[in-house]
Design a protein around this ligand. Structure first.
Ligand code: FAD
Length: 620
């Protein structure tokens, strides 16, 4: 039974059958966990999502955030949701119990998070920043800073932000103008304006801790001259008591297309020269420290994307089963023909199967990335640690950019399935589409993620990370080719993998030659190609497992003919699930993977038209 948000059967398939996460629990770090505890936690998070977060989703959109006497007021229902979310222990589940967490494996926490983001992402943005922000203080802060700020952030008593963007410094963070002037007591006076800051002000907690990127007076331009500062809304005395209001205020709340329950504000620091901040980490290492939070946030954006794709897909399937419209195509000329649910129409089925493949593919991608993070933490030697950590690095831009591009497409297709009703506010799809779009923009636009993949990640560890990934893809090809049923699809996958490897080697060979612009120009299609091939990999890997499970069910139920097997798939939920996994993988291999080689070849031609064309020719 669908809960309308997330396919929990697929969630458990990926965790226990595909990733075999139970092996993680053999390590000392995760010894307290078992399949039973995981199922219990998922049950709890599902209930919290459905009963507490979900009811505030549309209400938050309609009420929006607004300024009242210079203070931001969030949707009223968010207060109760926040209280219950904190009480249920979901602020920092992956952190160690010493700082208030549960020591939960990332992959398990990620799967639980899927319920929350699918239910009410605009709300989740508020607590969603704590892990990364307090995590920076945990890693780089002094003992005094930990005592003053960190514990109260991890406990959810205080919320936090991430202050990078400025009016003139969006993608180019190095262009920031916010300054930090040294004070005699070692602290700093911060002056500047940050724009588009999520959760910059609100009435959910009595204090808000802002990590702010700024340049200490006299430090060099560019990212190498940036430092990071802890700037509390209310100053905090050494004994932990709240002091006076810091010299900062919110100038406005943005009126946005989506995520309206999340306050996005301009925040002004130090208009009166009295905004006090403390250095976090070393001087001029602000970007390095901030990247700890940004990487985590990028993976979380991938989860946001998954949440929206999942909930939009679940709704589209339910609607397609109910909405009666049109006669079957084979009865077009029969005036007596009865109208059928739209799920009977081939074009609708095609869209639904593509959406299913994408949702399950990006679910696997996100869970696998979280699993790699766990593996890097429990690895017992440096080589393994580097391998797993390297995969996280490589896959992060894909989780962020591929997942968000695809999720927007899934939401758009879901709207198509609903027809005109999908465009109306009485149905939730238009909100999913609006809310989902931000995932392609914030935490570094998708354009910037693509450049990060091609310009930085492919070459990391002299290409070892991407070679590890290609090794995994080839293992899937080899396995699929051993199966009579899947070998045809394995061959499609093989062709796609070979084309991607070839293009990657071509990019590496261009080096610093004048043709280096080719990878830059094609960073976006490259990321899409790698994303498609990864989808093929996860889906085909899953299909191989599903094939064996389905055979077992057929055997157990005595379904020894095609007819009996087809009948069983209609009657038996498990058989239907596994058959669906296989169908999605086959469809995706024939559909998306078939075009990979042609798209790679097109890039290799080396056309530079978009660069060479005169600016004036774009429009006259
Ligand atoms: C709702 C919302 C919430 C946000 N929350 C936060 C937050 O909490 N904290 C925070 O610091 N920021 C936040 N942001 C800001 C967000 O991260 C920026 O909007 C984003 O990084 C892009 O910056 P920009 O808007 O200035 O666009 P620009 O940098 O002007 O980019 C415009 C376009 O040009 C492209 N582009 C720019 N430079 C290059 C380049 N060198 N090469 C190729 N393409 C390029 C971009 O990809 C993009 O397509 C938020 C934004 C929104 C809308």
């Amino acid at each position: 039974m669908s809960n309308g948000l997330v396919n929990t059967r697929d969630m458990r398939f990926i965790l226990f059958e595909q990733l075999e996460v139970e092996k993680l629990f053999e390590s000392e770090k995760f010894a307290d966990y078992s399949k039973d505890t995981v199922l219990m936690m998922q049950n709890e998070s599902e209930k919290l999502a459905l009963n507490v977060l979900l009811p505030g989703y549309t209400a938050g959109d309609r009420e929006e955030c607004h300024l009242e006497d210079g203070k931001v007021v969030v949707p009223a229902c968010f207060h109760d949701i926040y209280k219950k979310y904190v009480e249920s222990g979901w602020v920092c589940p992956t952190k160690s119990p010493e700082v208030g967490g549960q020591g939960m494996p990332h992959v398990i926490a990620t799967s639980c998070l899927e319920f929350f983001v699918a239910a009410n992402f605009p709300f989740v943005i508020y607590p969603g920043l704590i892990n990364g922000s307090a995590g920076m203080i945990e890693k780089y802060g002094t003992e005094a800073q930990k005592k003053k700020y960190m514990y109260r952030m991890f406990s959810g008593e205080w919320l936090t932000t991430m202050c990078l963007t400025e009016p003139g410094a969006g993608s180019d963070v190095g262009a920031l103008k916010t300054t930090a002037r040294r004070l005699p007591d070692g602290r700093f006076s911060i002056t500047g304006t940050k724009s588009f800051i999520s959760g910059a002000d609100h009435d959910l907690t009595e204090n808000i801790i802002h990590p702010v990127l700024a340049r200490i007076e006299g430090d060099p331009p560019g990212t190498g001259g940036i430092s990071l500062f802890i700037v509390p809304k209310y100053r905090v005395n050494d004994d932990g008591a709240l002091g006076e209001l810091n010299d900062l205020y919110v100038g406005n709340v943005e009126h946005k297309m989506g995520i309206k329950g999340s306050a996005t504000c301009t925040i002004n620091f130090g208009d009166n020269g009295n905004c006090i901040g403390e250095l976090l980490g070393k001087e001029r290492e602000g970007i390095k420290v901030m990247f700890n939070m940004m990487n985590e946030a990028r993976i979380e954006v991938g989860m946001q994307a998954l949440g929206y794709a999942s909930v939009a897909f679940e709704h589209a399937v339910a609607y397609a089963k109910e909405r009666i419209q049109g006669v079957p195509v084979w009865e077009m000329s029969n005036p007596q023909a009865k109208a059928v649910p739209i799920i009977q129409h081939p074009d609708v089925r095609r869209d639904l199967l593509y959406m299913k493949a994408i949702v399950e593919g990006i679910r696997s991608l996100n869970y696998f990335t979280a699993y790699c993070l766990d593996m890097s933490h429990i690895a017992t030697n440096d080589a393994d640690k580097e391998k797993w950590h390297g995969l996280v690095e490589l896959l992060t831009p894909l989780c962020k950019a591929y997942a968000s591009d695809m999720a927007f497409m899934v939401c758009s297709k879901a709207m198509d399935v609903y027809g005109g009703y999908g465009y109306c506010r009485e149905y939730p799809i238009e909100q999913y589409l609006r809310d989902c779009k931000i995932a392609t923009i914030f935490e570094g636009t998708n354009g910037i993620q693509c450049l990060d993949l091609v310009g930085r990640k492919l070459g990391q560890r002299k290409g070892a990370n991407v070679m590890t990934l290609f090794g995994l893809l080839n293992e899937t090809v080899a396995k699929a080719k051993q199966s009579d049923d899947l070998k045809k699809y394995g061959a499609r996958m093989e062709e796609a993998v070979n084309a991607l490897v070839d293009l990657t080697i071509t990019f590496a060979g261009l080096g610093k030659s004048p043709n280096f612009l080719i990878p830059v120009l094609n960073a976006s299609p490259y990321l899409e190609l790698m994303g498609d091939v990864l989808m093929g990999h996860f889906l085909l890997q899953g299909a191989g497992i599903a094939e064996n499970k389905l055979k077992e069910i057929y055997k157990e139920k005595g379904a020894d003919s095609i007819d009996k097997q087809q009948a069983l798939v209609h009657d038996n939920q498990e058989a239907a699930f596994y058959a669906g996994k296989i169908a999605a993988a086959k469809f995706f291999a024939l559909d998306a993977l078939s075009t990979v080689k042609a798209r790679c070849e097109a890039i290799k031609v080396g056309d530079k038209m978009p660069i060479e064309m005169a600016d004036e020719s774009f429009t006259i």
